[in-house]
Write a protein that binds this ligand. Structure first.
Ligand code: TXA
Ligand code: MG
Length: 296
């Protein structure tokens, strides 16, 4: 990978649009291609603690979570070191850095040979649906990016959970690691509080993950011509019905969510109805994404 290049990479959560996190010119390409506001900082992807230590201060809570959950779908917000080489574009000049160790073997292999970490937001145009396959990335950007590393469909299918470890640990974004898993490790009772603006991340705008079609939530019966998204199997079926899981499994439903929204968009439905999805386990993250997608 060229030091100044921007390419798409597979991760277990979603595909990322990646560039050398130490380079101003490489990282500025990410913002341009994604049409991302400059004030929205990026997550930096690492494969080794040695490299991370050059950029961030690591603390006890970080080591506890890192040991059990990395590599995997969790992002840590840490204090940035003054002498770090991370480009100012990545942090928007702030003193904190969001970092993660992705699990996908191909991207780990790439990170291990590079001499720099990779800044990578999800590989979609800002506020649109995140990509979970190389086809999705091509859908988003066409010829605007030269290389997409093909790693198959993302296994988790939702972005990483973001936890701030700056002072008291705080969950900033729900995602591929459940809050209960983090609480068990930290012996804590953290909760995601979507109403507390201070605790949300800069990029979690009201509209996000949007297929650009109106979405109605908690629906029992869809209207004529509406696509209907379901988790639980029903006796009735129709060609407008899209099941997120075969067995009422919320982990599987999370994996299929973005893929299904993209498919419905391609089929040119004018609106989407979604049945009530229980707010437990991965249901919490699914509902978070659907609520934002419905603000379109
Ligand atoms: O699973 C993921 O996390 C994927 C894959 C590609 O790794 N990446 C991802 O990146 O979801 P992105 O840019 O789409 O979302 C990152 C979120 C943004 O909402 C951003 O505002 C927030 O992380 N963020 C970045 N740096 C931060 C920081 N220092 N403090 C708080 N939030 C931060
Ligand atoms: Mg994103």
């Amino acid at each position: 990978m060229n030091k100044k290049e921007c390419i798409a990479i597979p991760t277990e959560t979603v595909y990322g649009l990646a560039a050398n996190a130490y380079s101003d010119s490489a990282t500025s390409k990410i913002f341009k291609i994604k049409k991302r506001p400059k004030k929205n900082p990026l997550i930096v992807h690492y494969a080794s603690l040695n490299m991370l230590e050059k950029d961030c201060y690591l603390n006890k809570n970080f080591f506890k979570l890192y040991e059990k959950l990395s590599p995997g779908p969790i992002t840590f917000v840490l204090k940035l070191k003054k002498n770090s080489n991370i480009s100012k574009n990545v942090t928007n000049n702030k003193k904190t850095l969001a970092i993660r160790f992705p699990k996908h073997w191909l991207t780990r292999k790439l990170l291990k040979i590079l001499k720099y970490p990779l800044a990578a937001p999800s590989a979609n145009i800002s506020t649109k649906i995140s990509p979970v396959s190389k086809e999705d990335v091509k859908d988003e950007f066409g010829k605007k990016i030269k290389f997409v590393l093909d790693g198959g469909q993302s296994k988790i299918g939702l972005e990483s959970t973001i936890v701030s470890l700056i002072n008291k640990p705080q969950i900033l974004r729900l995602g591929g690691t459940q809050t209960s898993t983090i609480n068990k490790i930290l012996k804590n009772s953290l909760k995601f509080n979507k109403k507390n603006k201070k605790l949300t991340v800069p990029g979690q705008g009201k509209v996000h993950y949007s297929p650009e079609i109106p979405i109605r939530l908690n629906v029992n019966k869809p209207k004529q011509g509406e696509a209907f998204i379901l988790v639980k199997k029903r006796k009735l079926s129709s060609k407008n019905f899209y099941y997120l899981s075969k067995t009422n499994n919320l982990r599987q439903a999370a994996k299929n969510l973005y893929k299904t929204l993209r498919m419905i968009k391609k089929k040119k439905f004018k609106s989407i109805a979604v049945e009530k999805i229980s707010n437990i386990g991965f249901g919490e993250a699914i509902n978070d994404r659907l609520i934002r997608a419905s603000k379109y």
